[in-house]
Design a protein. Structure first.
Length: 436
């Protein structure tokens, strides 16, 4: 059960059981892309099951400032494409809120589209690394600047000469960087290539292809040809695997649990957590598998499981980048030791997740130590305590689960769940209510 305390604090008590069926919001990554790319298309697009998270709301507001006509109601968006070169110069700063995806993908688009625009965001976003997009975009001929030489927002992007066809080899495996470079590549004077260190989510490639662009993937190299036009397409957004992940973990961790999550996107570049759960011996069933608008979708059922410790690192990390923090919690309930490595990227997310996870779970009695690039975790008995989310949505939801399966938790910055999952607290209440 969770009780509201101060506006941004939340108290979660240990729960007796976890039962029921839940539908999570539409996928955040796919929603951003469906809105951004269709804005560059010719025609009209209807996007259904659009994410209710505040991040995707930030994308829509930026698009409106760029002259895009759209209607947005509950879980759908209808928007009129402006064509590849039809965006209007905004008359004020574009506020990307808390959303790194909005800022990085828009940087790629604006670099190519040849408008002057300034991109900024909240205090967390203004601390996040931007050189990873600014430098390669400049290398292709874009004019882009920002604080500390373009390393930090706000970013200012100016009209430039047509971009040059470029081969990029980003140092970090990041779908946001790959996407920004591919989007800029739509405007280049030849084929743009991105050679990734490891495969990352491929929603950009799938949607650009569906809109008529020529995008080729060979192992971890993706190339895009410049285009004259893109065709608007309707998108039915699958449920967000990254939100479903919280219920999967709650289901396998609680000793009296069975939870069904309906309509979850299972794009293989997103489901590293399923591989990790399987290795740990968790019971997760995939039901009713189908294809929705080119993305695999299914219902997932998670039940109480006995877990063993595991090692997570290497190419698996980008495939579970937003779920890796949950492995820290799983490790506290697994036999033996769990070690996560190669996850230094987590220090540059909405918060420094390596530190925030270690501090929060330690405060709840967990035996966890942060390393340079991950954690060492040992089986523990969790007690009541206070965990600070640092206003990071995924941290607030992680600590809520820790409280529910342990001895309770007071969570600071609990309102942040609205970034990706506004109904999280209501769904937790329902799934853990004694009356369910
Ligand atoms: C995202 C890519 C990932 C992920 C983020 C969404 C995307 O970020 O963490 O939540 O939609 O492309 P990075 O590209 O920084 O790894």
């Amino acid at each position: 059960m969770s009780l509201a305390v101060a506006s941004s604090d939340r108290l979660v008590t240990g729960v007796q059981r976890v039962r029921g069926t839940v539908r999570v919001p539409g996928d955040k990554s796919v929603s951003h892309r469906a809105a951004l790319f269709n804005a560059l298309g010719d025609g009209v697009a209807r996007i259904t099951n659009f994410s209710s998270g505040a991040d995707c709301g930030s994308t829509l507001k930026c698009l409106q400032q760029l002259g895009v006509n759209l209607r947005h109601d509950r879980d759908w968006v209808e928007l009129q494409g402006r064509g590849l070169r039809g965006l209007q110069e905004p008359d004020d700063v574009l506020d990307c809120g808390n959303s790194g995806t909005t800022m990085r993908l828009l940087s790629g688009i604006l670099a190519g589209a040849g408008l002057f625009a300034v991109l900024s965001g909240d205090a967390s976003l203004r601390r996040r690394p931007m050189a990873r997009v600014a430098e390669p975009l400049r290398h292709a001929g874009a004019l882009i600047n920002g604080r500390e030489g373009g390393s930090l927002p706000p970013l200012a992007i100016g009209p430039s000469q047509p971009l040059k066809a470029t081969e990029h080899r980003p140092e970090v495996a990041s779908a946001q960087v790959k996407s920004a470079l591919l989007l800029a590549g739509l405007y280049a004077d030849g084929v743009t290539r991105v050679v990734e260190r490891a495969a990352t989510r491929d929603h950009t490639e799938r949607l650009l292809r569906a809109m008529g662009a020529t995008v080729r993937t060979e192992a971890t190299t993706v190339s895009v040809e410049p285009v004259e036009r893109l065709e608007c397409v309707d998108v039915e957004v699958p449920g967000d695997f990254s939100s479903a992940a919280f219920w999967l973990v709650l289901g396998v961790l609680h000793p009296n649990a069975e939870v069904r999550i309906q309509n979850v996107g299972l794009n293989p570049t997103r489901t590293g957590l399923l591989t990790i759960l399987e290795r740990m011996g968790a019971s997760v069933q995939v039901d009713n598998a189908r294809d929705v608008a080119g993305e695999p979708v299914a219902d997932l059922v998670a039940t109480s499981s006995r877990l063993r410790g595991t090692q997570v690192g290497g190419d698996l990390v980008p495939l579970a980048i937003d779920e890796i923090s949950l492995v820290a919690l799983l490790g506290l309930f697994a036999e033996g030791e769990t070690v996560v490595s190669d996850a230094a990227e987590l220090r540059g997310k909405e918060s420094d997740r390596l530190a925030v996870v270690a501090d929060g779970l330690s405060a709840l009695g967990g035996d966890i130590t942060a390393t340079n690039d991950g954690w060492r975790i040992r089986a523990s008995r969790l007690e009541r305590g206070r965990a600070e989310s640092q206003a990071d949505h995924r941290m607030a939801m992680l600590f809520a689960l820790a409280g529910a399966v342990g001895g309770g938790a007071e969570i600071g910055g609990a309102d942040s769940v609205a970034i990706s999952y506004p109904s999280f607290w209501a769904d937790l209440e329902r799934l853990t209510s004694d009356r369910a």
